[in-house]
Write a protein that binds this ligand. Structure first.
Ligand SMILES: [Zn+2]
Ligand SMILES: [Zn+2]
Length: 343
């Protein structure tokens, strides 16, 4: 039985082009007790591969976190499958506003220790004692309340291109770092203020809200379904949109535009821009913001150094890549001393 991809990403992209069918980009997560993640993983792969579902899915003992693209005509079948899994029945699906045929090019289902690398020891606090989930309209009311502290639970490269007006946006590389920084900053307001938090699709707030309640915050709220669901409700219900810029997403699209504002700048020349790219030098792969002009000049590289590397014959490049000296940059997302205009 075939349990893994056989097509390369390139082959898949050309197949999708030919098929020309509409696909839905969506995500969902669920904390649940999964006894045998490996078995569940195989079950998902076999079923979804047959439906030509693509995406990146993490399965762990603590649950599932999935980012997917589903052929529109298979959507009912896909939904029926989810409803047949007892802990996924009626799970909230975050469906993207913009659809891209190539948001994902492969189906990858991986077994992990955790569905989000949150760096937390779950045994030290009650993860089920979460904050109050609020919808977009209630969230807007809370933002307007002068007693509210609004906190962005995402990392610096995400809030850089878009966030809620007036939000605290910690300059952090990881979720774990932001927890401590926010707690320290807000420690005098554990009882009197509303701690209102949001993230991309809601999953990070599931843990963060429980963590802050454990740390003594009394009034903790979280945006249900995150920015993705907020944008959908704002559009469907004609609510005021308080989010400015783009919502950073973890698929091929990199960002979903929520408002017309462009709040970031090209990291190389400083002009207004909010397009994330990865450095074309595969050994570098640095995530950064680059305008079209700079992209042309540096052939989508982050620096002159990387531009030099990509001009080398492929064999030479591969040789350079075999050293581990570059791995640091890959994980230090969006940070490099070479980027003059990174704030
Ligand atoms: Zn530029
Ligand atoms: Zn580079």
């Amino acid at each position: 039985m075939q349990l893994y991809n056989t097509l390369s990403a390139k082959e898949r992209a050309s197949l999708l082009d030919q098929a020309g069918e509409d696909r839905l980009t969506l995500s969902f997560y669920q904390y649940a007790n999964i006894g045998n993640p490996e078995l569940f993983r195989n079950h998902l792969f076999i079923t979804w591969d047959e439906m030509t579902v693509l995406g990146r899915i993490y399965v762990a003992h603590e649950g599932i976190n999935a980012q997917l693209s589903v052929p529109a005509k298979k959507f009912q079948e896909f939904k029926a499958f989810l409803d047949g899994v007892y802990f996924l029945k009626d799970v909230r699906l975050n469906i993207a506003i913009q659809h891209d045929l190539k948001s994902f090019l492969k189906l990858k289902v991986k077994v992990r220790k955790k569905i989000v690398a949150d760096g937390l020891n779950d045994a030290t606090f009650d993860v089920t004692n979460k904050g109050i989930h609020v919808n977009a309209s209630r969230f807007n009311q809370l933002i307007d309340d002068p007693n509210t502290l609004l906190v962005d639970m995402r990392n610096h490269y995400e809030s850089e291109i878009g966030h809620f007006k007036g939000a605290i946006t910690p300059d952090v590389d990881t979720f774990r770092d932001s927890l401590d920084i926010i707690e320290e900053d807000l420690k005098d307001h554990k009882e009197d203020k509303n701690l209102v938090m949001y993230c991309t699709g809601g999953i990070r707030c599931e843990k963060a809200s429980a963590y802050y309640k454990h740390k003594g915050f009394k009034k903790v709220f979280q945006l249900e379904g995150g920015i993705i669901e907020y944008a959908r409700q704002v559009e469907n219900q004609g609510l005021e949109n308080k989010f400015i810029g783009k919502n950073f997403v973890f698929d091929h699209r990199r960002g979903e535009r929520i408002s017309e504002d462009i709040i970031a700048c090209c990291h190389q020349c400083g002009q207004v821009c909010d397009t994330h790219v990865n450095c074309a030098n595969e050994a570098c792969h640095l995530l950064f913001i680059q305008c079209e002009e700079c992209s042309g000049k540096l052939q989508s590289c982050c620096s002159e150094d990387c531009l030099e590397v990509i001009q080398l014959p492929y064999k030479e490049q591969k040789k350079l890549r075999s050293g581990a000296h570059n791995s640091n940059k890959i994980f230090k997302k969006g940070r490099s001393e070479k980027l003059k205009f990174k704030q």
